[in-house]
Design a protein around this ligand. Structure first.
Ligand SMILES: [Fe+2]
Length: 172
């Protein structure tokens, strides 16, 4: 009997349609990481990083849409350029998502969830002219840059507050 049980546990047979409760909810951070960063700071930082992640994923996809749909006399150089930028955004998406996980958070991942929170305007499904494609990409970059600068300032303020607080405690 014991043999049968252990065979069942180690079976190579795939088990389909398994569902269970999440092991960590979106918007929470894990308590158990030895990061020496308060939970509230990590919740705030991971929420804002998820915003940047959603916008970067959208920007990445906007580059692929532009790569596929570009038309006209500048087709070839733009087709190549859009794909180059797409690849760069792929790397950024991975770096941001993994930073969120390292802070104990949960990275946003699926297109439907990303679509709900991105600040980048949804383009039409159809093909647009090159100046419009370029303009949309510029607007999207601006949104990401604005958000990133805001978060960098906030992170540096948090560190300063912590240092001042820490220095104060040590002096006492
Ligand atoms: Fe391609």
């Amino acid at each position: 009997m014991a043999n049968n049980e252990s065979r069942e546990k180690t079976s190579a047979q795939p088990r389909f349609h398994q569902r269970a409760a999440e092991i960590q909810a979106y918007g929470t951070v894990s308590h158990l990481l030895p990061l020496e960063l308060e939970e509230l700071v990590r919740v705030e930082m991971t929420a804002q990083l998820n915003q940047i992640l959603a916008d970067t994923i959208t920007l990445r996809d906007l580059y692929k849409k532009s790569h596929w749909q570009v038309a006209g006399p500048t087709f070839y150089p733009l087709h190549l350029l859009f794909d180059k930028h797409y690849e760069e955004q792929v790397e950024l998406v991975d770096a941001i998502a993994e930073r969120i996980q390292l802070l104990g958070g949960v990275s946003i991942a699926m297109a439907a969830d990303v679509a709900e929170i991105t600040q980048i305007e949804r383009p039409p499904r159809g093909r647009e002219a090159v100046p419009v494609q370029l303009s949309r990409l510029l607007d999207a970059h601006q949104i990401v840059i604005r958000q990133t600068r805001k978060l960098a300032r906030r992170a540096s303020e948090s560190t300063k507050c912590k240092t001042i607080w820490f220095t104060d405690v040590v002096k006492r």
